[in-house]
Design a protein around this ligand. Structure first.
Ligand code: SIN
Length: 537
């Protein structure tokens, strides 16, 4: 079946929803998501959205904090653009009905703090900011008559002009995407004037992650396969503090807990962060995660501990009601005892290379939110800059799309329906499950917080073998969501390892024992992997 739309938006987190809402008055929007509309990384975001919202703060300081956290790799022009667009982006969210927490008895927003920030500048909705943002945006999107929602639909591949004409093209142009309707097992061809990848991150490439299950790097993988360049894939951020509990599935303990005074301690009670950084518990995230990793390796303990008991039960329950309740559900009362925590993957700082309007090197293909590498985060994202980036680039991408929509666009060539060839139902689902597990373990063990050339090479060898297996059976079997995701996490794993192997220095989130120093002379630049070369089918 073929569906024609003006705007095809894949992903329903803050970036996808913002884009959809910004363009919907001017054309038809197909909004596609793998599961239910509100299953996204945005929904799980706890901390908040960073912006300059107080008289004591300044754009220059927010920009400087972003540069320092990013180990001076962020693109300063992009940093300034995002920081200066911040207050208006937040006001847009407020206009759509997002209720950020206010100070008690005051007509002012409560600003909290997280690691790497020199000021209180994080707007939040208690400790469930993402849930509140998602609620408000979903409500708006569902009301809009021009937005058609496709839940339980997963993108398979992009449709480009080169593919349709069966010849390489520069620039190439995106014409839509093939999308699997998971319930009806049918691949639909969506033809679109503008295609937007807002598919989020790739935490599921690793064994332990606080990301939702949907974070399988789909946008990066399908964009790269279609020829879009990727950048900085070696910079996978590990959140320092996720709950250590066998049943907690790496539940995040927000950095705002440290922002409000929590202290990291070893099992013997020693507060170790002063040994690693002058900002102690509020050092940038890469430094805190490495410090925890090092303390756990030295002591052989399974976790470290986050202690906020000194703030008192009323304060804790008022500021962190969701974290308090969740920990209590696992038998941990954070008002009386420290929380056992470990690092887990949290945020992909690299992604599809996108320009200042969120467009990739494929015309009319936009990448916004975590799937993109815009130049804002550099080698390590400053806490709470990601929701901000999502809104700012969604708005810019929407503005550029609308300006083109109203001009004469060259007509799209006709696109073909999906051809499944001789594919049959697979009776080997176990291979998919096994390969999933193998990739994720391999990435966790060999491409983690501390790396070496030997470990990275070992990971590359394993991934190449799995990739070969997948390539062999991918076209033999009818597509399932698991198979599509497996192909994507394998592609993304490979891009991460390839990028890591090429950076012969340590910077931000990429730390390798073979090159422990930062080398500005040779490596103060992005790591670019060009999109996959065109292949005739
Ligand atoms: C957190 O609440 O610690 C996460 C905030 C972020 O990653 O930006």
């Amino acid at each position: 079946m073929k569906i024609t739309t003006d705007f095809l938006v894949i992903g329903t987190g803050i970036a996808g929803l913002t884009y959809a809402l910004k363009v919907a008055d001017q054309g038809t929007v197909s909004l596609v998501t793998k599961r239910d509309i509100d299953i996204s990384a945005t929904q799980l975001a706890q901390g908040g959205i960073a912006t300059v919202f107080s008289a004591e703060d300044s754009f220059a300081e927010h920009a400087e904090d972003t540069m320092v956290a990013g180990a001076f790799l962020p693109n300063r022009e992009i940093v300034d653009l995002v920081v200066e667009s911040g207050p208006q982006a937040v006001r847009d969210l407020i206009d759509w009905g997002v209720a950020f927490s206010r100070k008690k008895d005051e007509d002012q927003y409560d600003l909290t703090r997280e690691g790497g920030h020199s000021h209180r500048r994080i707007l939040h909705a208690k400790d469930a900011t993402g849930r509140e943002i998602e609620r408000a945006l979903v409500e708006e999107a569902l009301k809009h008559p021009n937005i058609t929602l496709y839940q339980h639909h997963i993108a398979v591949d992009l449709i480009t002009e080169a593919k349709v004409r069966q010849q390489p093209m520069t620039p190439n142009r995106c014409l839509g995407a093939y999308i699997l309707d998971k319930k009806n097992n049918e691949v639909l061809a969506f033809g679109a004037k503008f295609t937007v990848l807002a598919t989020g991150g790739a935490g599921k490439v690793y064994l332990y992650t606080c990301n939702p299950d949907i974070a399988t790097g789909d946008g990066v993988a399908i964009g790269w396969r279609a020829g879009a360049d990727v950048a900085n894939m070696e910079f996978m951020q590990f959140h320092p503090t996720t709950l250590y509990h066998p049943h907690a599935k790496s539940f995040l303990i927000s950095e705002a807990v440290r922002g409000e005074g929590a202290i990291l301690k070893r099992a013997d009670g020693y507060a170790f962060m002063a040994d690693y950084h002058p900002l102690k518990d509020l050092a940038p995230r890469d430094i805190v995660a490495r410090a925890i990793d090092s303390e756990m390796k030295k002591s052989g303990d399974d976790s470290v501990f986050l202690d906020i008991t000194h703030k008192g039960a009323d304060f804790i329950k008022d500021h962190f009601p969701m974290i308090y309740e969740t920990c209590l559900g696992f038998g941990i009362d954070m008002t009386r005892e420290p929380i056992p925590v470990v690092p887990a993957t949290h945020y992909l700082c690299g992604g599809l290379k996108a320009d200042r309007d969120g467009e990739t090197n494929i015309q009319n293909l936009f990448a916004i939110g975590e799937v993109a590498c815009t130049g804002l985060h550099g080698a390590n994202r400053l806490a709470s800059n990601s929701l901000l980036e999502g809104v700012v680039f969604a708005k810019r991408a929407a503005e550029l799309s609308l300006s083109r929509l109203n001009k004469d666009l060259p007509p799209n060539p006709p696109i073909k329906p999906w051809d499944c060839g001789n594919a049959t139902d697979s009776d080997e689902e176990v291979i998919v499950a096994h390969n999933w597990d193998e990739i994720r373990r391999c990435m966790w063990n060999y491409v983690g917080i501390v790396r070496s050339d030997k470990r990275l090479q070992r990971a590359m060898n394993r991934i190449e073998m799995i990739q070969k297996e997948i390539d062999e059976y991918y076209w033999d079997f009818l597509l399932t969501s698991d198979l599509i995701e497996l192909r994507n996490i394998t592609t993304v794993a490979r891009l991460i390892v390839e990028s890591a192997l090429s950076r012969h220095e340590s910077r931000g989130l990429h730390y390798t024992i073979d090159y422990p120093n930062t080398d500005d002379e040779n490596f103060l630049h992005d790591t670019i992997i060009p999109g996959a070369p065109f292949q005739a089918s």
